[in-house]
Ligand binder design. Sequence first.
Ligand code: JFZ
Length: 429
Amino acid sequence: MKNTLEIINKRTEWFREARFGMFIHWGIYSIPGRGEWLRSHERLTIEQYEPYFKAFDPKFYNPREWAKQAKAAGMKYLVLTAKHHDGFCLFDSEYTDYKATNTPAKRDLVREFVEAVRAEGLKVGLYFSLIDWHHPDYPKYNDLIHPMRGREEYKEEKIDFSNYLTYMHKQVKEIVTKYGKLDILWFDYSYENMMGEKWQATKLMEMVRHYQPDVIVDNRLETSGEGFGSIVTDDIKPYSGDFVSPEQIVPHTGIRNAKGEPVPWELCLTMNNNWAYNPTDNLYKSPKTLIHKLVDCVSKNGNMILNVGPDALGCINNSSLKILDAFHTWMAKNSESIYGCGATDLPKPDWGYYTKKGNIIYAHIFEQPIGPIALLGLKESEIQRMSFLHDGSEVQISKSWTTNAYKGVCFAQFGAIPHFTYPLPDEID
Ligand code: JFZ
């Protein structure tokens, strides 16, 4: 199965155009509200975790509402945790009882999700954990992160990992065959020796591509949020995925392969410091920071998928909605500088970022100018006209600032003009 950057670029065309998506971490762990890792962090047994399975009853679950909220914020795709590391399935898998249909929810929540997202005209993706803390044949005693790691009673336990792989492959097959056309498949994740062919990744991807030739896959069959994987080398593996998935950090020069060609990537990040619902974590990033991060990503040819962790009943909390609303306000005027945009080859300006689409350059001025701002790297003769994006008003060009440091550089005139009030893009704090 051939995999080249050319194929990857073709497949990710809509994705790179879209630039902005919503990640949703939601499951029975949303009940305790201590993050999706609690079984591992608190070393809970399946029995200790069982009450959440029995109690899962999301009476306000309305994925159409999530999709509307995402759409209003300017997001073009949504990715939901169909199964996380705890092994609980929001979808009606034939191969386990550990699924939403057997909780008080009593239905296939993934089906409702994919239908709702499509109905809003957005692209739909599913997150699927390669790690499974519920399956009896997943390694325990020696595993780095399993809730039962280091527990003597599992030391001599014989497991049949191939049995787990059969199960996992069958579930992925369900995901790619029972829910219509999927736009994104987000595997998570590889670690230590649990990577690549340990997951029988080539075989898995052959199956995925057979049913979903156009689905965009992340790089975590091969790596974690920290690595890039073979997608940046000249030996791209069949399971390299279609994009790199840096987590909570923007790669500072974007991501390129050995030849210097840009490789698709997507920053995933949380609004506070948890993926799943955690009502005690109120350390939300400011809307301004998050908007700047989106621009930062786009200025480096990347996407951003911003996470929400709905509560156990199915609602996105007010702090998260406020952030989405700030995106709505900002995107309403400025989305043109995001969709279909990418990097320039200009130096990064001190005052913000450049993004670019065709022959239009967007200067994102994130710092209030104290005078004219230097358009480093741009020649006056190359500029046809300059205007504000939020109101269409003209911005004047000046080349009169010829201090030694700025010789030959042209400027956008702001505060240097008398009687001029700063028409800054709507400030959002
Ligand atoms: C993974 C998950 O474990 C997490 O729950 C969440 O779903 C996130 C999107 O992806 O998080 C990771 C995975 C790997 C590393 C860090 C966080 N890592 O290797 O540093």
